[in-house]
Design a protein around this ligand. Structure first.
Ligand code: KIV
Ligand code: ZN
Length: 526
């Protein structure tokens, strides 16, 4: 089933940022954030949005359901194990979708069969066939994944694929689940499938690679060159462990190397790539490394004199992609307190955020407060505001004020004032190994939410000595959940304190939601 038109061969883009991408440690997104990303994915032009794994949690169920309601063009997909209950729940969540797809499947490598599934090859094959037939009772579009295909016996893979296509699978997903293969090998696996599965023309072959050896993009493209017509990717390559294949790399490789990917094209509107990358980074709290291909801060920066000279004479001497193709423009609009609603809304839309009604008003109000204090509001400030406003987390504490003393001959000391949602203000002073450590100790004295600081990242997001500092922290609460907080300010200590307070608010919100749920359960039981 190959989509060949007079324009060439269409490569379908299956985005799994909201499912596999969200499995990145600490990346958890709430339903509203998932909806925001799904809307942007549709503007980006992806063909399929994998919105979650509905049986895994009520939050995932609701995310798949809500995304199904709002998506107009793309296929909306829900993941399941090859289990009837999973499939029923996914079908229920996908009911509002215009074009629903159930993504089911099972392991195929001997390691998975023996240790994880404890099944023989025949049992697993039968289970897979049954799952596809069952899923077809609910939807016409069923994708079947062969988990750990990268380490499995190709002869067995051919048999499974033939059987599940016969049972009604419309898409066959061949994952390199552990990121183990090298491009030649993975390409040969796809070629083998195209040549040895008699009914392969009845389905689309999809590739789903992980980046454990840094070869996810290369393997995906090798798959495409050997017959795969769907690529499974995430924005910024986020995902389990070392991540998934990144959408922007695959799409731009196909776009840029037309000589290699002859006649191939995707439906992606490349000018939406950068916005989407920023949105996903802001909402997940996962920073994009500066040297990341296509969307990293340095991807189009030229620092050596020879390179700068070359680019000034002729851009193509050192640039293979015009940054405008991926939506990176030179212009950095700076807003001020005099910028009206129209200006703020326009800039937000250029950055990929679309807010209406009350939600926009909330952001605009926060914008005015910030513009009063800061005079100039940069894109990064707007992104930080959006991250706060899009969040439905109850803001138990607000940072009113932080002051720190540091130097090589004094004990670093910080004083912090926080305002509780009930209006009460509390101040604490503490010392530490540095000003940030001291500020965090002072915050801990007030908030009293035991946690472990797992990660602290600081980066400058604007240029010059007055650059905005952006801090991202990850903390682990007592019950093991990880929460991300982000803060930006021209002062490092202030940005750090904001980020920490944001992470603690998420922790407190989760704690009270869990308490409420336990209480409701107890009441229902009584
Ligand atoms: O990596 C993998 O094998 C997966 C499947 C569940 C599709 O994510
Ligand atoms: Zn995966």
């Amino acid at each position: 089933m190959i989509a060949m038109t007079s324009d060439g061969v269409r490569i379908y883009v299956f985005d799994t940022t909201l499912r596999d991408g969200e499995q990145s440690p600490g990346a958890s997104l709430n339903v509203e954030e998932k909806i925001e990303i799904a809307r942007q994915l549709e503007r980006l032009g992806v063909d399929v949005i994998e919105a979650g794994f509905p049986i895994s949690s009520p939050g995932d169920f609701r995310a798949v359901q809500e995304v199904s309601k709002i998506i107009q063009n793309a296929v909306v997909c829900g993941l399941t194990r090859a289990v009837h209950k999973d499939i029923e729940v996914a079908a229920e969540a996908l009911k509002p979708a215009k074009r629903p797809r159930i993504h089911t499947g099972l392991g195929v490598s001997d390691i998975h069969l023996k240790y994880k599934l404890r099944m023989s090859r025949e049992e697993a094959l039968e289970r897979g066939v049954d799952a596809v037939k069952f899923a077809r009772r609910f939807v016409d579009d069923v994708e079947y994944f062969l988990e750990d295909a990268g380490r499995a016996d190709p002869e067995y893979i051919y048999r499974v694929i033939e059987a599940v296509i016969k049972a009604g699978a419309t898409v066959i997903n061949v994952p390199d689940t552990t990121g183990y293969t090298v491009p030649e090998e993975f390409g040969a696996l796809i070629r083998g499938i195209m040549n040895n599965v008699p009914n392969i023309d009845k389905a689309i072959v999809s590739v789903h690679c992980h980046d454990d050896l840094g070869m996810a993009t290369a393997n995906t493209l090798a798959g495409v060159l050997n017959g795969a017509r769907q690529v499974e990717v995430t924005i910024n390559g986020i995902g389990e462990r070392a991540g998934n294949t990144s959408l922007e790399e695959v799409v731009m490789a196909i776009h840029t190397r037309k000589d290699v990917f002859k006649n191939m094209y995707t439906g992606i509107n490349t000018t939406e790539i950068y916005k989407t990358s920023r949105l996903v980074s802001t909402l997940t709290g996962i920073l994009v490394p500066p040297n990341k291909a296509i969307v990293g801060a340095n991807a189009f920066a030229h620092s050596s004199g020879i390179h700068q000279d070359g680019v000034l004479k002729e851009r193509t001497t050192y640039e293979i992609i015009d940054p405008r193709t991926v939506g990176i423009t030179e212009s950095k609009i700076i807003l001020t307190a005099r910028s009206g609603r129209h200006g703020v809304r326009h800039r937000l839309e250029e950055l990929g955020y679309h807010f209406e009604g009350e939600q926009f008003e909330r952001i605009y109000e926060k914008f005015l407060e910030l513009a009063d204090k800061k005079k100039q509001v940069y894109d990064e400030d707007l992104e930080a505001l959006v991250a706060d406003a899009a969040s439905t987390v109850v803001q138990t504490y607000e940072l009113v004020h932080v002051q720190a003393l540091a130097g090589d001959k004094i004990v670093p000391t910080a004083t912090v004032k926080l305002r509780h949602a009930n209006g009460e203000e509390r101040t604490a002073t503490a010392t530490g190994t540095g000003p940030v450590d001291a500020a965090y100790s002072a915050i801990n004295q007030i908030v009293q939410a035991p946690n472990e600081l797992l990660e602290f990242t600081l980066q400058a997001v604007t240029e010059g000595i007055d650059a905005m500092a952006e801090v991202t922290v990850r903390v682990r609460g007592q019950d093991g959940d990880v929460f991300t907080g982000r803060g930006s300010a021209t002062d490092i200590v202030v940005a750090s304190a904001k980020a920490y307070v944001q992470a603690l608010n998420k922790l407190l919100d989760k704690r009270s939601t869990s308490k409420r749920a336990a209480l409701t359960e107890e009441l229902e039981r009584v």
